[in-house]
Design a protein around this ligand. Structure first.
Ligand code: PLP
Length: 389
């Protein structure tokens, strides 16, 4: 059976060149990067070269990079770290209603601990407004955290503009760049952010590795204690092989960025154009233009996203109904509800995300298989029957 992977926003496979770069760090260069002997120094060189590659790629200095275990740890560290470092200054945090749970859950935790959190709403395309941010800021606001692009609907937020508003008031700004880094240009100075999270498995690097960019002078409480790795900001023996893989993945993304953006947006636009022609009563979710080059998200009325996902899976096509982290829950996506969809429409959403190995034949295969799947499911749907007796 033909197999087509169209769930790159959930995770990517490791690029074979990444695996090749990592291999020596499992075998001959396996030392602990904190050890003084030659094994340790080989590992340390791999670690520090990787830090330089990452720093250069986002316009940062190497000492502003802390390697972590992934996007969730970076997001948690940013939110909890700033909250606890600045609690004497203020107890108010601003974020948005469409953040990943790696931000919204620590935000809820902080609320239980006495912090106040404002969750900014978004418009029908998923955009956060600068005016709303201005209105939400108080003299107790210590942190604003808004994602650079949403993982479900692909909308790209106006981060530079939002960060300018916060920075103008001396407020620290964090962005979750887990879905953007490696897919669109990301530069911490152009974005004007103090903190930025990224995760290697979203851009053809290994799982379990990520980083948090921390602008010099930003105060952050450490919550991984036990060693002086990462200048005491994150204890634990370095995952050198993973970090080297992350850096190699960054180099490959830099080399391929322009071509991949062009190729993937053309395939994305083909899906956005043709799905509504082949499947009646669908709605594109996310901004029509300000969206990730690899993201397509449609609500397909009268049927359940999960039934579509499973039917397509039986035909060898892997897609998602929203974020992989919430797809086991029966609650409709908080992002789709936030852009104004009713529960019924939100339940019928399909996220198709493209990547380095997506071909036009893959897209054509989906365009061939999706319409009969929808037709079959609608024929069994009481909702559809009620609308079309
Ligand atoms: N933030 C966003 C926007 C994501 O899409 C994800 C993963 O899906 C995360 C954070 C969490 O990243 P990780 O899986 O590396 O912990």
């Amino acid at each position: 059976m033909k197999k087509v992977y169209l769930d790159y926003a959930a995770t990517t496979s490791v690029d074979p060149q990444v695996l090749e770069a990592m291999e020596p760090y499992f075998l001959e260069k396996f030392g602990n990067a904190s050890s003084l002997h030659a094994y340790g120094q080989d590992a340390k060189k791999g670690l520090e070269d990787s830090r330089q590659i990452l720093a250069d790629s986002i316009g940062a200095k190497p000492e502003e990079i802390v390697f972590t275990s992934g996007g969730t740890e970076s997001d948690n560290s940013a939110l909890l770290g700033v909250a606890y470092a600045l609690e004497k200054k203020g107890n108010h945090i601003i974020t948005s209603v469409i953040e990943h749970h790696a931000i919204s859950e620590p935000a809820k935790f902080l609320e239980k601990k006495g912090f106040k959190v404002t969750y900014l709403g978004v418009d029908k395309d998923g955009l956060v407004s600068g005016d709303d941010l201005k209105k939400a800021i108080t003299d107790k606001t210590i942190l604003v955290s808004i994602m650079q692009a949403n993982n479900e609907i692909g909308t790209i937020e106006p981060i530079a503009q939002l960060a300018q508003i916060a920075k103008g008031k001396g407020i620290c700004f964090h962005t979750d760049a887990v879905q953007t880094f490696g897919h669109i240009p990301v530069d911490v100075n152009e974005l004007n952010v103090d903190l930025l999270s990224l995760s290697a498995h979203k851009f053809y690097g290994p799982k379990g590795v990520g980083a948090l960019y921390i602008r010099k002078g930003t105060r952050l409480e450490t919550f991984m204690r036990g060693g002086d790795q990462e200048r005491g900001r994150r204890a634990s023996t370095h995952n050198v092989a993973g970090i080297v893989g992350c850096a190699r993945a960054i180099q490959l993304c830099q080399q391929n960025l322009e071509t991949e953006i062009k190729f993937q947006s053309a395939l994305r636009d083909k899906l956005i154009r043709e799905i509504p022609l082949k499947v009646p009563e669908v709605r594109l979710n996310g901004h029509p233009a300000k969206r990730l080059p690899n993201n397509v998200n449609f609500s397909i009325k009268y049927i359940e996203g999960e039934s579509m996902l499973l039917s397509l899976d039986m035909l060898g096509i892997a897609v998602s109904t929203g974020s992989a982290c919430t797809s086991s829950s029966l609650e409709p996506s908080h992002v789709l509800l936030a852009i104004g969809l009713d529960h019924e429409t939100a339940h019928g959403s399909l996220r198709i995300t493209l990547g380095r190995w997506t071909t036009e034949r893959d897209i054509d295969y989906l365009l061939e298989k999706l319409p009969p799947v929808v037709e079959k499911l609608r024929a069994m749907s009481p909702l559809y029957e009620r609308k079309n007796p």
